[in-house]
Design a protein around this ligand. Structure first.
Ligand code: ADP
Ligand code: MG
Length: 240
């Protein structure tokens, strides 16, 4: 579903992504790990063209993301993204945060959008918060709203960029559990995280990035038991 072939990305003179080759297949969960500043967020953001690649080829469902002719809105409709900071509209109730995009971008009717929103709120375990404002929710609950909002667009791919990094430790589990459930249901996902327990349990593949390159791509069993790259070993040893 997602194919990077020799992708390069520069920010001015700074070479942020170097010869990225990566394929993510339907139903796969790929977890991206690596030190801060290694290019993980940039890699993710290229997939829905929040960043443009400098060269190489990047396709999502055979659509060339970098092509000027590509309908970017259509591309983004298929890709849900959840960030570290939940980016909910503070002046809108939970349910209105979720129905906004389906009504505006997909042309879904309001009752239909609300039914869908409640369905996904149920799925993330906070249907009872539908009429609350974001400020009335805990961080973990707000992030679950953000996930429900992404799902309400019925995306084919979900991207997560450190979805639990801004949360108090006691709320990390509830958000990871939601992501785990999606994984088991076959959602195609790319997840950037520092939660190695989650990576080990949920990832089909772990991708290790450092200084803009993918240094290692392995099954979690291989990666955690016996990382091939010295820099991956150092990275893992520092986490504990
Ligand atoms: P990570 O998510 O792994 O921490 P990022 O993809 O956010 O890494 O950033 C990789 C590098 O690119 C960092 O050195 C960062 O400072 C730089 N960078 C990120 N975004 C920009 C930008 N818009 N302009 C210039 N440099 C950037
Ligand atoms: Mg990042």
């Amino acid at each position: 579903m997602i194919h990077f072939r020799g992708v390069e990305k520069h920010f001015g003179s700074f070479h942020v992504l170097k010869n990225i080759n990566l394929a993510v297949h339907q139903g796969e969960v790929v977890v991206v790990v690596g030190p801060s500043g290694s290019g993980k967020s940039t890699l993710l953001r290229c997939i829905n063209r929040l960043e443009t690649i400098t060269s190489g080829e990047l396709t999502v469902n055979d659509i060339r993301v970098g092509d000027k002719k590509t309908d970017i809105n259509k591309l983004r409709r298929d890709i849900g993204m959840v960030f570290q900071h939940f980016n909910l509209y503070p002046h809108k109730r939970v349910i209105d945060n979720i129905t906004l995009a389906p009504i505006k971008a997909l042309g879904v009717t309001k009752p239909e959008a609300e039914r869908t929103a409640l369905f996904y709120l149920e799925k993330v375990g906070i249907r009872d918060k539908a009429h609350a404002y974001p400020s009335q929710l805990s961080g973990g609950q707000q992030q679950r709203v953000a996930i429900a909002r992404g799902l309400a667009m019925k995306p084919k791919i979900m991207l997560f960029d450190e979805p639990t990094s801004a949360l108090d430790p006691e709320m990390v589990g509830e958000v990871l559990d939601v992501i785990k459930t999606l994984a088991h249901e076959g959602m195609t996902m790319v997840v950037v995280t520092h939660e190695m327990g989650f990576a080990r349990e949920v990832a089909d593949r772990v991708v290790f990035m450092d200084q803009g390159s993918i240094l290692e791509e392995a099954s979690p069993a291989e990666f955690f038991a016996n990382p091939r790259e010295e820099r991956a070993r150092v990275f893992l040893s520092r986490l504990i």
